[in-house]
Design a protein. Structure first.
Lengths: 83, 542
């Protein structure tokens, strides 16, 4: 995300780091297949492999939502509350 | 496959089909703008869609009938490996969160209708834009054909697909009718038709999945029972390969394949013209970001749907053609009327994406081949006319493809299409963030990626096919088995970077960039965002 103008507030801010972490986390979790390629523990009979990934649908949704809210706030602060 | 026509299911199916047909034709009056004869109107629904319509449209567009049939079919066939569709759709949203709003902004500012429009404007290269357009059209055509395969699977199970002995015309008549109707309302209503039908499609799909995921496990004795039976079935040795049929969790060897398939597919999804068409039809930048937070609901549904593959095994469904596993499961488990609802969901699920895909392919042809190379002075009216005609041609082509060739040909091309479309990523997404790459380097990288991907995919054999037997192959230099598309993509980027250095050293002409940095962050209502784009649909309810 490089939407910041050249001048003005710094491009990298703590809020933006949090946004980046929220967006990168699902990639780390999902691409590290070895961390969840197993059958146990099961949940209501569904092997770990499946319910864990389905749980990540919800987790990544929450993370994207956080990123979206933080981004909105970040933009509002930068553009003097026009949006 | 089936002993006779399932009358009740067929009646329900026909009822829903007629209902959406009427809606499709009425859609042209929905939120009508003053100037109907522009490509923005017909091809992008006036760029006026809000959060919810965009959500339905994108959902209806990305999660196609073929997905509904093929994902559980893959699980049915091999178990865990088929589940990669779930991490794939998880990764899509954080990814598009970062680049799609920029594409929306620059497209709105400059009136771009297709990705190739942007590529031409950004890199000042008609050649590169043509490469992107041709790749898009090539990748979309087999995708449309596969939607037909989805409808065929449903018709077969309902018993109206005809047997081997019926004459071809009777056999294919239902499919011909379905497609004729689809072509007619797409022609008259443009993108508004699938947008409206998507409501029905998704509502039906959600109902069917919700019922299936509760009702079927109860009938089969719970998930414990289902997975026990499935695990047993996967451990059986497949006589064709001499290895077990599949597994409940991917083994060490399959993990690279799983991860690269998920990542490569996620990168590729929003390179497809139909995804971009649905995105650009939204009315503001915020609509897109907001959608990345609600679209995952479809991923959840997809995950549940995938579980149906296990249920098909546990229910003892035996089909030679895996594509029929899920329709057959529905027919076996559900009362006839509800099976009809489920079939309608799949059937309509094919119509929505097929319509959007044909519109997207038509827009590409019109804007980036017809206007750029054949008739540069085409008026908006002419553009719209050509687009409408091409959307018909594309569908007829897909139909001919499915009727005359073996289904595996369509599936092979779809597999290739995914590899190909990923090769447009550097020019498109790269271009949204930087102008550093050289346009000729991008073209070179694209060509290398396309050639490597095609040759590599050709060389993959499976027990049933000598070529195009799968989409994974050993990654050169790493030695693990990975998705060919992703390997080709990495190669593409490396070539692009190296060539950029070379071409810059040679001072090759860079081409004119018609965009400026602030174009990428512009939002609706900002000064300078073209208002010649419809001050759409005043008075439309939101």
């Amino acid at each position: 995300m490089s939407e910041a103008p050249e001048v003005g507030p710094p491009v990298v801010t703590p809020v933006r780091v949090v946004i980046a972490v929220c967006l990168v986390a699902p990639f780390v979790a999902m691409l590290w297949v070895g961390s969840y390629a197993k059958v146990d523990p099961t949940f209501i009979g569904i092997p770990f492999f499946y319910w864990y990934q389905m749980a990540w649908v919800l987790i990544s949704t929450a993370l994207t939502m956080i990123a979206y809210k933080l981004w909105q706030r970040d933009q509002r602060a930068r553009h003097g509350g026009t949006k | 496959m089936n002993d006779g026509v399932n009358g009740v299911a067929l009646a329900v199916f026909i009822f829903f089909f007629l209902a959406v047909t009427v809606m499709g034709f009425l859609a042209s009056r929905w939120r009508k703008a003053e100037n109907e004869n522009s490509l923005d109107e017909w091809g992008l629904g006036g760029r006026s869609f809000g959060t919810w319509i965009t959500w339905f449209l994108l959902g209806g567009d990305l999660y196609t009938a073929y997905t509904f049939v093929a994902v559980p079919a893959a699980i049915y066939a091999a178990g865990a490996a088929g589940f990669f569709a779930v991490p794939y759709t998880i990764l899509v949203y954080p990814l598009i969160f970062t680049f799609l709003p920029r594409l929306w902004s620059v497209s709105h500012k400059h009136g771009y209708v297709t990705t190739s429009d942007f590529v031409r404007g950004r890199w000042g290269s008609k050649g590169l834009s043509l490469a992107v357009a041709v790749t898009g059209i090539l990748a979309t055509m087999p995708y449309i054909a596969l939607q037909l395969v989805g409808i065929q699977a449903v018709l077969d199970v309902m018993g109206v697909g005809g047997g081997e002995d019926t004459n071809w015309f009777i056999k294919d008549l239902p499919l011909l009718i379905a497609f004729g109707v689809l072509a007619a309302y797409t022609y008259s209503s443009g993108l508004r038709a699938p947008a409206m039908i998507a409501f029905v499609k998704d509502t039906l799909i959600y109902i069917v999945i919700a019922v299936a995921i509760i009702y079927i496990p109860i009938k089969l004795g719970g998930f414990d029972e289902i997975f026990a039976k499935a695990g047993e079935a996967y451990s059986q040795t497949n006589p064709a390969t001499g290895a077990p049929r599949g597994a409940l969790a991917p083994g060490e060897a399959g993990q690279w394949t799983y991860a690269t398939l998920a990542l490569g597919s996620a990168l590729a999804l929003f390179m497809y013209p139909h995804s971009i068409t649905a995105t650009l039809s939204s009315k503001s930048r915020e609509v897109i970001r907001r959608n990345t937070t609600i679209l995952p609901l479809y991923s959840l549904m997809l995950g549940l749907l995938a579980l149906l593959g296990f249920m098909a095994i546990a229910a003892g469904i035996k089909v030679a053609n895996g594509q029929l596993a899920i329709p057959q499961l529905f027919e076996t488990m559900f009362p006839a009327w509800f099976a009809g609802v489920a079939f309608a969901a799949i059937g309509i699920g094919a119509l929505v994406p097929a319509a959007i895909m044909s519109i997207a392919a038509a827009n590409l042809f019109t804007r980036n081949i017809y206007k750029d190379f054949i008739k540069p002075d085409a008026t908006p009216e002419q553009e719209t006319k050509v687009s409408k005609l091409v959307s018909l041609l594309v569908k007829v082509g897909a139909l001919a493809f499915v009727l005359t060739m073996d289904k595996t040909v369509a599936i092979n091309f779809q597999l290739l299409g995914g590899i190909w479309i990923l090769q447009t990523f550097p020019a498109l997404v790269g271009g949204l963030f930087t102008r550093w790459f050289h346009r000729w380097a991008l073209l070179g990288g694209w060509a290398v990626g396309m050639i490597y991907g095609t040759v590599a995919a050709y060389g993959v054999a499976s027990p049933t096919q000598k070529h195009f037997g799968g989409s994974a192959k050993e990654i050169p230099g790493i030695g693990e088995i990975g998705y060919i598309g992703l390997t080709a993509f990495v190669l593409n980027v490396v070539v692009t970077v190296v060539l950029t250095f070379v071409l810059r050293a040679l001072k090759a002409p860079e081409g004119i960039d018609e965009t400026s940095p602030e174009d990428y962050t512009a939002d609706a209502g900002d000064p300078g965002v073209k208002v010649e784009l419809p001050p759409a649909t005043a008075g439309a309810a939101h």
